[in-house]
Ligand binder design. Structure first.
Ligand code: 5GP
Length: 179
């Protein structure tokens, strides 16, 4: 089994590059057929989704745009402490069909945040695509429309996902080895 060290932790290969690319091709084909005749705006959530977004988007054959927003987290002055804000909204999304591209949906807090913002911006149809989904950790009711892989509730890195900023360039997905 392939193993890598990142900072102080060891990770073992969990989903191969080939399996990831095959699955993304299937998701793109599904989107191409379901969205045929519509104009879609893909909205990638940075940083983690950049590789998934690139691979998915280049296989999209319908009329499509892509844009990215970033979840910025900073110390708030209020009692809640850390505040997360989505920055970088450039597109007018009113009345549009939007497919959110997430690297991984864990508790669902991020997806909920993005969906709330899209509703505020009056997007007409909102769908979610996530390369990875942790059903056991998920605590929201929003449907994840396009899921690459359902995975157990363990920490993973690679294919855009990081451990303290490292490991995003690993071509496959690795899971934490508990020592
Ligand atoms: P949620 O808001 O759904 O709880 O978490 C989503 C975000 O948490 C993801 O976009 C990702 O940045 C981070 N995250 C959740 N689980 C993992 C994981 O297993 N590995 C990595 N690298 N990030 C994760």
């Amino acid at each position: 089994m392939k193993e890598v060290s990142i900072l102080d932790k060891r990770f073992s290969e969990f989903i191969s590059e080939e399996s990831i690319e095959q699955r993304i091709t299937q998701l793109a084909e599904q989107i191409n057929s379901e969205m045929d005749g519509r104009e879609v705006i893909f909205l990638g959530i940075l940083n983690g989704a950049f590789l998934f977004a690139a691979s998915l988007f280049r296989q999209i054959k319908i009329d499509a745009l892509i844009s990215f927003v970033k979840l910025a987290s900073y110390e708030g002055t209020g009692t809640t402490g850390r505040i997360k804000e989505l920055i970088g909204w450039n597109e007018d999304l009113k009345g549009k069909t939007v497919i959110v591209i997430e690297d991984i949906v864990d508790t669902g807090g991020t997806v909920e945040r993005v969906v709330d913002e899209l509703k505020m911006r009056k997007a007409a149809d909102i769908r979610i695509a996530a390369l990875l989904f942790k059903p056991d950790a998920y605590k929201r009711n929003i449907t994840i429309d396009y899921v690459g892989f359902n995975i157990p509730d363990n920490f993973v890195v690679g294919y855009g996902l990081d451990y303290n900023g490292h490991g995003r360039n690993l071509p496959s997905i690795y899971t934490l080895v508990n020592s």
